[in-house]
Design a protein around this ligand. Structure first.
Ligand code: ADP
Ligand code: MG
Length: 211
């Protein structure tokens, strides 16, 4: 069964832009997770690679965003620089309809100087890897005081890569009142511990692979 994005609470600007991107119907994981996220719930979403998870959380965080408030309101953490870059590209596409949204990537392995300069200019949305984001937070270059959406993308891989400690330190700097979204292709036992520290009564949705 296909469900159009227009059945959700998304703004007309976002809907028009989705149509221009050729995103007409929601993928299965989007249909299952987006309505819950738009209600403000903490959501754990599990579905295989290529199922449209980025747009699911991207639309949810854009829905929450106040453009006129030029503060970091959403943080997306990814396991690698390549994935963070892909997520930033997708969020910028989804945000095209809303003018002047600033998305900044902060990844390890990239030179520090330009990141520090960009942080001085500010951003609405940060996409980055846990180690580097934690370093900017620790050195008071990045304030998460006004964060309202925290996304852990490919959480299984972040744990595999040993990002647990920086993740926990970043979370400690986030306001306690926030929406938490966790996206993953697999759901190993190890994630549950992280979830119990980070999320509040999360709803879990899962799209099972057919093969
Ligand atoms: P995942 O994170 O689950 O691996 P992605 O978010 O990278 O998947 O999405 C895979 C591809 O599907 C991307 O190229 C994206 O542009 C496309 N896509 C996402 N949602 C839709 C949709 N509703 N309709 C059409 N294409 C979509
Ligand atoms: Mg993904």
């Amino acid at each position: 069964m296909s469900i159009p994005f227009s059945s959700t609470e998304l703004s007309n600007d976002l809907l028009t832009n989705l149509a221009s991107l050729g995103y007409n119907e929601m993928t299965e994981i989007q249909a299952q997770s987006l309505p819950l996220m738009l209600q403000g719930k903490d959501v754990i979403a599990q579905a295989k690679t290529g199922s449209g998870k980025t747009a699911a959380f991207g639309l949810a965080l854009l829905h929450n965003l106040k453009v006129e408030r030029f503060r970091v309101q959403a943080l997306v953490l990814c396991p690698t620089r390549e994935l963070a870059d892909q997520v930033a590209v997708e969020i910028r596409k989804l945000a095209r309809a809303i003018h002047n949204i600033k998305v900044l990537t902060l990844c390890g392995g990239a030179p520090m100087g330009p990141q520090i300069g960009s942080l001085e200019h500010g951003a609405h949305i940060i996409v980055g890897t846990p180690g580097r984001v934690e370093e900017h937070v620790r050195k008071n270059r990045l304030s998460l005081a006004e964060l309202n959406t925290l996304v852990l993308d490919e959480a299984d891989r972040m744990l595999e890569m040993g990002f647990e400690e920086p993740l926990e330190r970043i979370v400690a700097d986030c306001p306690s009142e926030r929406q938490n979204l966790l996206f993953s292709a697999t759901y190993p036992k190890k994630i549950e511990q992280l979830v119990s520290h980070i999320m509040t009564e999360p709803v879990k949705v899962e799209v099972k692979s057919t093969h």
